[in-house]
Design a protein around this ligand. Sequence first.
Ligand SMILES: Cc1ncc(COP(=O)(O)O)c(C=O)c1O
Length: 396
Amino acid sequence: MQASAHRIADRISSISVSSTLKVWADAAKLRSEGVDVVDFGAGEPDFPTPGNIKRAAVRALDANFTKYTPAAGIEELKRAVCEMHARNFGTAYQPGECIVTVGGKHAIFNLTQALVNPGDEVVIPAPFWVTYKDVVNYAGGECVFVDTAEANGFALTAAMVEPCLTSRTKMVMVNSPCNPSGALVEREEFEKIFKLTSERGIYLMTDECYCEILYDSQPFSIASLPGAKDTVLVAGSLSKTYAMTGWRIGFALAPAPVVTAMTKLQSHSTSNPTSIAQKAAVEALRGPQDPVAAMLAEYRRRRDFVVQRLRAIPGVTCVEPRGAFYVYPNVGVALGKDGIADTLQLAERLLAEVRVAVVPGEAFGTDQHIRIAFTAPMQDLKRGLDRIHQFIVKYS
Ligand SMILES: Cc1ncc(COP(=O)(O)O)c(C=O)c1O
């Protein structure tokens, strides 16, 4: 049958192909052809999963822990998640308020599908992680974007959020540290946003995917505020903190009825996250945490290097990320030159001409930036930044 003859469901056309995964695929294809590509596209740690976590998975295999588990995850892991959150942030979640998901993305997908009705508005600060808008669109919701400004370090404030709240607002999605900008929401502003949302009975989703990757502040969760558990929805992931992207373990902490609704959905889609990965996740959360500190120290070294190299390119500006492992430089200086109309074309030309993979800012809701993941060893960062420097100087 011809591609055009297939009658794909309408709801699929409300979502787009994840552009971060597209860059990853394009770069992987070139590499498989033997091309020397420097990959700054993939948002995943280049470190191996720590040995204690891998050994826990091997033990689970040897013990034949290879059957179905409860759809929302094993009790032991739900407890470990609640304990970790209590230890790090002073919250008091119970296993009935926790669901283990197939990665953090799945937690956000299930939360959104469980709560957003067609026509509901969801407030999303920009730049935003690509998936937010697609999961809201898939649920039939309407995205309301709040632009943050590069000049203010992409900082989100309550004053920016307030005018966007209407009687139709169902949820506000906050991601601190932010992918792609690395910006943090200051605690005081986060508390004000919580006040605005909780007073109106609006859910506040806090995506804590990068909450352990912080360069100049202590981890904090808005869920620790008194009364927060009624309207705050925590989406978490082990992928980045423990270099476990392929294991696919994430979680949500939410009011029990929300967890029940998510579990219902999960029981008809993925069922449980992989049994072996769940055992590994217990070890990640309860075992020694020093590998996390070691990775953070290396990310800091790389961040300092990358920011300094980008700022040395004439015309490029670069906000210093305060968390996560991305920089989001403004490369507007090279736009409009030699047919490079937008950052999408700039990313394509970077890959085609100097073999560097980056993600265009269009994917994240801004039009002058590219995202560079510094999840590559120093020598690759040096090579890649030399190439980006040459490319931008040539076209600016
Ligand atoms: C902001 C943010 N949230 C959540 C996730 C989900 O990660 P995963 O599904 O790999 O656990 C990602 C992954 O890139 C992310 O960048």
